[in-house]
Design a protein around this ligand. Structure first.
Ligand code: ZN
Length: 410
């Protein structure tokens, strides 16, 4: 089973007061034939280390059953070598979820904590649009959904269109042209496809899409597309609808998505840094980013892959602070130290559906603290607000970020 955004959001909301929430990520090692045994040994080591760690905190028992189950699972994981796996468990709360992932995790990892660790899948929420791949020729159309490395045909999406000529088992939309008025019918066909696309984007079935067709057909579809649909198009590849294979479609589409994401990441980093320099809609550095996060200002979050910063978290109100203070400045409760702030902020980020990109080896980004954000607004720049409201924000802004939203200029 692959994981959905909704499931990731639920995982982000989960908390175990006893800190026995287990997150296990399995990345099959290569070459596969040699590595079976190594994978098993690695998992055994990780489990042993985690249990030793828990024992030192006097709570080995809470994770024992789940750990045993993970060890049993490791034999099964060996045989399914092509997929990576994410597993979230907390036997005390009766939770055990397994998901298949594309085999491109950085490594096999095991965490036991108050929250589930979601960093390896956070990009699936924030920076991966719901993506449609549309194949079209003069007469027919097919729509696929690309979810991670899975390509799924969606016949159901043509339900609003009249269908003819489907006797050959063709799964998409077939306009089935009569011999006469062929040009008119082709135009009507492309118009129908454009309408379906507009509808799908408006309903949020897809957020971005990729077009696959012959060049001649592209010039017939283009004029029919609503401008909003054209803007959501992230790339095109050449395809003969009758002959292209499932794997070819997926490979082309994935290459386009990866290029689009890389371009977007680069553009956003450049924008955030320059906006921060001019005190505009950008901030850099952990302290400032945390503040903007709590104020609900952030539109896009950029985190260095190597960001490893200590901070504190308040178990009462959830406030996270880069100052290692013993008591929460927002509500006064005793704070807990967190070792990986990049992980600790993810529940906030996921809950608010903030677009998130991980930034790799960028010296300029590293210089500003390995974390930055683009803001949808900047609360300290909002004008005009009355003094009374400003006072209220000053007092309660950090604890009640929702109040600021009323003043958000999107
Ligand atoms: Zn607090």
């Amino acid at each position: 089973m692959t994981i959905t955004r909704e499931q990731i959001r639920e995982l982000a909301d989960f908390q175990d007061e006893k800190s026995c929430a287990i997150s296990f990520y399995f990345q099959p090692s290569t070459p596969r034939n040699k590595a079976h045994k190594e994978d098993t040994i690695l998992i055994k080591d990780l489990v042993r280390e985690a249990l030793r760690n828990l024992e030192s905190k006097g709570k080995k028992d809470c994770a024992r059953a789940d750990m045993d189950r993970i060890l049993r699972l490791s034999a099964e994981l060996r045989s399914n070598g092509t997929h990576a796996k994410a597993l979230f468990a907390c036997s005390a709360q009766n939770i055990w979820h397994e998901y298949d992932l594309p085999a491109n995790l950085s490594n096999t990892q095991l965490f036991v904590d108050r929250h589930f660790h979601l960093k390896p899948i956070a990009h699936l929420v924030g920076a991966s649009p719901l993506l449609g791949v549309v194949l079209v020729d003069r007469q027919r159309a097919r729509i696929f959904e690309l979810r991670m490395d899975e390509l799924i045909e969606r016949e159901d999406l043509f339900h609003s269109l009249p269908r003819r000529g489907r006797s050959d088992g063709f799964a998409g939309y077939d306009g089935g042209h009569a011999q006469r008025r062929v040009e008119d019918e082709a135009r009507q066909h492309f118009k129908n496809v454009a309408e379906v696309l507009k509808d799908l984007l408006e309903k949020g079935v897809f957020e971005k899409w990729i077009l696959a067709c012959q060049d001649a057909h592209r010039s017939m579809l283009d004029p029919q597309l609503h401008s909003y649909v054209s803007q959501a198009l992230i790339g095109h590849f050449h395809a003969d609808l009758g002959h292209i294979s499932h794997d070819e479609i997926r490979t082309h589409a994935q290459a386009i998505v990866e290029r689009w994401q890389a371009d977007r990441r680069h553009e956003l980093v450049t924008q955030a840094l320059s906006q921060a320099r001019s005190n505009g809609r950008g901030v850099t550095g952990l302290r400032r980013v945390l503040r903007s996060l709590e104020l609900g200002e952030i539109q896009t979050l950029l985190i260095g892959e190597t960001l490893q910063s200590h901070a504190i978290e308040c178990p009462g109100c959830g406030h996270i602070d880069a100052h290692l203070v013993s008591y929460c400045p927002a509500c006064g409760r005793a704070t807990q130290e967190i070792v990986d702030v990049g992980e600790a902020i993810l529940p906030w980020v996921i809950r608010r559906d903030i677009e998130t990109f991980y930034v790799k080896e960028d010296p300029e980004f590293d210089k500003v603290g390995n974390i930055a954000a683009l803001l949808r607004f900047r609360s300290d720049n909002i004008q005009p607000i009355s003094t009374a409201v400003a006072d209220e924000l000053g007092r309660a802004g950090a604890a009640y970020p929702g109040r600021l939203r009323r003043f958000a200029s999107r």
